[in-house]
Design a protein around this ligand. Structure first.
Ligand code: BGP
Length: 490
């Protein structure tokens, strides 16, 4: 058979992704308020990040300085332009616009800052793709309102959305509502996604409590928070379209294919149930505008009670997203056998796949799983998709001649791009690809600096020391060539 040329569709959006709290630093600059992220200490692979009510200067809070993108965005965006980026996924820190979250008027300094960032992107012909909420809601809203468990938070969020939609209507046309909103279906998302504060000193994911079953009341709080985000997201879509019909708004999921650990019917059913809960529940509400048929039984059997109001169904129906985006790092296996040990991957528990290798952080590497998932998602939703996070968190070494030979990263990304290409040729409508942490930044799960994803190295270590100097890794030239040839070089 004739070998087709492996290029992506014309106009394919190649780029990279970061989030404000993991990149900007400058946590108190120009009137910014504290966010949830500013209350989380650094961790390591083995000792989790912790939440503290009071910020204690002697602790290392990685979001406080991060990689200082706040002051270095011009240099960084120029480097992205050099790689040929067509799109740059970035988040707005809500707390720069509304420092506490419930104010009536926005902070003009925050608004001015993102205008400069987006204008810089535009100067290079880079389309900003903006996440409205990426793991960093205003701390004040969590402390005084209970985060997303409180229905009032919807109105605060919408005021923020409307403000930025209006302010940047000449600059931004691609928006994402909540980063990895489906992490709220598990305990892992309680604090980062839901803004539901744990006790002081509790670790980020509540792992201490994993041994003890979560109560129905706790689950109900999480799913109520998620319901409020569904309502907020749907209304944000509507407002964005009213302000500018050109606006495209997507939801964003942490997506992984779930494979049955064995071909026993029990494992097959367990895998299906996990796909439903972790991928389809949120996807269905955002794309189809209604809770899926299986939600009722799942909620009933888990004692989950959501505080729904009359009119909510109508809101969901009228705010369907234009496209679906997701992060993809790994897949996992599901088993119904309680004796099989489950370990953590990217925010979800799963059984390692005996056919696949894992990253240094134990995340299973499954490029074909990306093709599988793209087809599953497209088959179900039939709307454009975008892969807005993907990559290999790895320790990079700077050689004596000050180079970074990250061939392992090139190998990981190449495999995933090839499988994306296969999916496109299967017929999947894929808009773009923004690998995660295109410049090294702070890890969300561990708070480490040494878990690096970037094409650009940042001189900073886990103790917070370093010059913050930027340096191109080998993958920089490789990705530039990939973009220049629209994927053919891979
Ligand atoms: C996703 C988050 C990102 C990011 C990424 C990599 O879950 O949306 O914020 O950090 O995972 O995870 P980590 O930083 O833990 O390696």
């Amino acid at each position: 058979m004739e070998e087709k040329q492996k290029t992506f569709p014309p106009g394919f959006l190649w780029g990279g992704a970061v989030a404000a709290n993991q990149a900007e630093g400058a946590w108190q600059a120009d009137g910014k308020g504290d966010s949830v992220a500013d209350h989380i200490t650094a961790g390591t692979k083995t000792s989790p990040r912790r939440f503290t009510e009071q910020i204690r200067p002697e602790e290392n809070y990685p979001s406080h300085e991060a990689i200082d993108f706040y002051h270095r965005y011009e240099e960084d965006i120029a480097l992205f332009a050099e790689m040929g980026f067509k799109v740059f996924r970035i988040s707005i820190a809500w707390t720069r616009i509304f420092p506490k979250g419930d104010e009536i008027s926005p902070n003009r300094a925050g608004i001015a800052y993102y205008r400069k960032v987006f204008e810089t992107c535009k100067k290079y012909g880079i389309e900003p793709l903006v996440t409205l909420s990426h793991y960093e809601m205003p701390y004040y809203l969590c402390e005084h309102y209970g985060g997303w468990t409180n229905r009032q938070t919807i109105a605060f969020f919408l005021r923020y959305c409307e403000t930025v939609f209006r302010e940047y209507q000449d600059l931004v046309h691609y928006w994402l509502t909540f980063n990895e909103m489906n992490t709220l279906v598990s305990r892992f998302g309680t604090l980062l996604a839901g803004g539901i504060l744990p006790e002081d000193g509790e670790d980020l994911f509540g792992t201490k409590r994993l041994g003890s079953p979560e109560t129905a009341a706790e689950k109900s709080r999480r799913f109520t928070a998620l319901h409020h985000q569904f309502l907020a997201g749907a209304q944000a879509v509507k407002i964005a379209h009213e302000i500018n019909p050109e606006n495209k708004v997507g939801c964003m999921l942490s997506a992984a294919g779930v494979h049955p650990y064995t071909c026993s019917p029990e494992d097959v059913l367990e895998a299906q149930a996990q796909m439903e809960r972790s991928n389809w529940l949120c996807g269905d509400v955002c794309v189809r505008g209604a809770y899926p048929y299986f939600a009722e039984r799942f909620f009933r059997e888990n004692g989950v009670q959501i505080r729904k109001e009359t009119g909510d169904d109508e809101i969901l129906k009228n705010g369907k997203v234009d496209f679906l985006s997701f992060s993809y790092y790994s897949s996992r296996c599901a088993t119904a056998d309680p004796k099989v040990i489950q370990t953590a991957g990217n925010m979800m528990l799963g059984v390692p796949n005996p056919y696949l290798e894992a990253s240094e952080w134990g995340w299973i590497i499954d490029p074909k799983g990306l093709r599988y998932l793209l087809n599953e998602l497209y088959g179900r939703y039939q709307i454009p998709l975008m892969v807005v996070e993907n990559g290999l968190g790895a320790v990079d070494r700077v050689t004596e001649d000050r180079q970074i030979h990250d061939d392992y990263r090139i190998a990981y990304l190449s495999e995933h791009i090839r499988q994306m290409w296969e999916a496109v040729n299967d017929g999947v409508e894929l808009l773009g690809y923004t690998p995660w942490g295109c410049i090294d930044l702070i890890s969300a799960s561990t708070g480490e600096m040494k878990k690096r994803y970037g094409f650009i190295y940042v001189d900073k270590d886990d103790e917070g020391k370093g010059t913050l100097e930027r340096k191109k890794k080998d993958s920089f030239a490789w990705y530039r060539e990939c973009i220049r040839t629209n994927g053919a070089s891979v």
